[in-house]
Write a protein that binds this ligand. Sequence first.
Ligand SMILES: Nc1ncnc2c1ncn2[C@@H]1O[C@H](COP(=O)(O)OP(=O)(O)OP(=O)(O)O)[C@@H](O)[C@H]1O
Ligand SMILES: [Mg+2]
Length: 270
Amino acid sequence: MLEIEQVTAGYAHRRNGRRGRTNVVEDVSLRVESGEIVGLVGESGCGKTTLARVVTGLHRPESGVVRYTGVDVHRLRGRALREHRRHVQMVFQDPYLTLNPRQTVRQALTEPLRIHRIGDARTRSARADELLDLVGLDCQVGARRPRQLSGGQQQRVAIARALALGPRLLVCDEPVTALDVSVQAKILNLLLDLRQQLGLACLFISHDLAVVRQLADRIAVMCHGRIVEQGPSQPITSGPRHPYTRALLAATPTINIPVGHATGSVAPGA
Ligand SMILES: Nc1ncnc2c1ncn2[C@@H]1O[C@H](COP(=O)(O)OP(=O)(O)OP(=O)(O)O)[C@@H](O)[C@H]1O
Ligand SMILES: [Mg+2]
């Protein structure tokens, strides 16, 4: 579904009056199959967000290619690009920054549909209720503004908004980092449920191996812009080969976040 092939990406800079480039993602190859959750884990500053931006088409790579269903993401223009944006959505670390403080939740959820000219006011509003239900929020939340919600509720709204256009792939960049452990678990369960219900694939980015290993089918470990190890979650977390993965594991608390107990439906609240 998603193929990242030998992607190198970085930023232009100017030092002592000279222009230059620093690459922060080096020769990364990674695949996400349909319905699969792939965890990308690595320490702060190793290039995870940069890679996420390359994957979603927001940042042009220096070299390499990102293909979604076989098509080069960075060659898409116009209508094809808009279509692509429906299929691949991103969820960010801080939901408060991604939600417009002046919009009600309902407006935030219907806006993507309005922009893509889907349905009329009535069907869009019905879709907003459906989305709230999907992420385990009461439809009365629709009338509130972001600041009247808890962090966990805000992140649920951000996820609901990302789901509005029926994406096939979510790129989640540290979506639970700003939340406390119990709310983290609820959001992770929500993502597992969405995979179950919608067959949604997910590239889940985190610096926290404890979070990633509860969720991901496969894990890729990133260090200084390179993937140093990748494979099915279980072997990577029980017998890591790369010293950096071992170090990450050693730094991971042994307490388990109780993920995976939800059965089909999502617990409300949080
Ligand atoms: N717009 C930018 N211009 C120049 N350098 C940048 C820019 N954005 C990020 N960087 C640099 O690129 C490197 C990788 O940043 P990136 O945000 O991809 O890391 P990250 O793995 O997401 O980190 P974190 O876990 O803290 O979010 C860092 O050294 C950062 O300083
Ligand atoms: Mg980041």
